[in-house]
Design a binder for this molecule. Structure first.
Ligand SMILES: Nc1ncnc2c1ncn2[C@@H]1O[C@H](COP(=O)(O)OP(=O)(O)OP(=O)(O)O)[C@@H](O)[C@H]1O
Ligand SMILES: [Mg+2]
Length: 367
């Protein structure tokens, strides 16, 4: 059992820089929490504060309900796996995994049992006598995981553990880590730049920007209901299309005008804009590429007529790029569409999936 609570956590570095501002998070036992955000937003700093490798400037850190701000890293019952997983080059895989257990003066039998169990979970059984130099990147990564597993910690902290691996290995290791989480039933906090890792591994994702938490939610909610424009643009590939639009009332209808388009809103969005007093104002709208498609028989949505700038065939889908006023937009179309630059095409926007943001605060008004 391991719950972790971060209550109003701040980090001020000695030079005065405030890297983390009022971080609040309740992590339940067995959760797989992901920290994502642009470089420098404070992910590693937060993780290192949980590990005890960095002092907490303000706030309380609780593990299983006990305040641990002043508890030494080695006494926090936490194991950390870093991006550079420095294995001892002169030791075998077995000895690398056994190292911390030997330091802890466990008996030979106990050590052997734990190392073999970790090797089984990580599929390293046939490699136990090798030296790290004779292993692939993914195998080394698994040894690093093995070192963390045998300690049977309350909490695993991982800081971009897969970023040194190539795309294929990352994919494989991602699946391994997911299995590991299920098998160990462990609480994990995991930092990554990689959206796919974040979306597939996380039970909840924390999106950070400039030291401030933007949203904490399940992958599905982050994707479908981003709290603000930043989260909407950060989660999802290709990124969400966005453009400013003018809100107007025409009789009973509420309309949005952008570029040379005018659309009439559905009841839900119309009433949200009206109630919150946006008539006559400018908002920012966001539409994901998969919610703009070519017109098909029986297709639903608002038609737009655009000129293709680029068409990319990606195998399972096609990406059609076009300009709306000054913004570059992209839509997901069928791979066989094969539009050429300059081709005029008719597309449909699925309004049901449209996000509307306040232009000034950038907070979501309705989605
Ligand atoms: N010792 C330090 N003194 C002052 N500022 C620091 C120190 N260490 C880190 N920072 C700053 O704190 C901010 C957060 O750093 P941190 O390493 O947590 O970012 P990150 O989100 O992990 O970024 P990345 O994705 O690049 O690893 C950065 O702006 C960084 O320059
Ligand atoms: Mg970092």
């Amino acid at each position: 059992m391991a719950s972790v609570q971060l209550n109003h956590i701040f980090k001020r570095y000695p030079n005065g820089f405030e890297a983390v501002k009022d971080f609040n998070l309740d992590i339940e036992d067995k959760e797989f929490i992901i920290f994502v955000g642009p470089s420098g937003c404070g992910k590693s700093t937060t993780l290192r504060m949980v590990a005890g490798l960095e002092d907490i400037s303000e706030g309380d850190l609780l593990i299983d309900g006990k305040r641990v701000n002043d508890v030494e890293p080695k006494d926090r019952d936490i194991a950390m796996v870093f991006q550079s997983y420095a294995l001892y080059p002169h030791m075998t895989v077995y000895d690398n995994i056994a190292f911390s257990l030997k330091l802890a003066k466990l008996s030979k039998d106990e050590i052997d049992k734990k190392v073999k169990e970790a090797a089984r979970i990580l599929d390293l059984e046939s490699l136990l006598n090798r030296k790290p130099s004779a292993l692939s990147g993914g195998q080394r990564q698994r040894v690093a995981m093995g070192r963390a597993i045998v300690r049977n910690p309350k909490v695993f902290l991982m800081d971009e553990p897969l970023s040194n691996l190539d795309a294929k290995l990352r994919g494989q290791m991602r699946v391994e880590i997911s299995k590991l989480h299920q098998e160990l039933g462990a609480t994990i906090i995991y930092v990554t730049h990689d959206q796919t890792e974040a979306m597939t591994l996380g039970t909840r994702i924390v999106v950070m920007k400039d030291g401030i938490v933007q949203q904490i939610d399940t992958p599905e909610n982050l994707y479908n209901h981003p709290a603000n424009k930043f989260v909407a643009g950060f989660i999802g590939m290709p990124v969400m299309n966005m453009i400013d639009a003018q809100v107007a009332q025409e009789g009973a209808d509420i309309t949005l005008s952008f570029a040379d388009q005018k659309i009439t809103l559905d009841a839900k969005r119309a009433s949200a804009l009206k109630e919150k007093d946006y008539i006559g104002k400018t908002v920012t709208i966001g539409i994901r590429p998969e919610d703009i498609n070519e017109q098909r028989a029986g297709g639903n949505g608002v038609p737009i007529h655009v000129e293709t700038t680029v068409f990319e065939m990606l195998g399972s889908e096609g990406l059609l790029y076009f300009n709306l006023a000054d913004s570059n937009w992209v839509s997901s179309v069928s791979p066989g569409m094969g539009a050429k630059p300059g081709d005029q095409v008719d597309l449909l926007i699925n309004l049901e999936k449209m996000h509307i943001f306040d232009k000034e605060t950038e907070m979501t008004i309705v989605d």
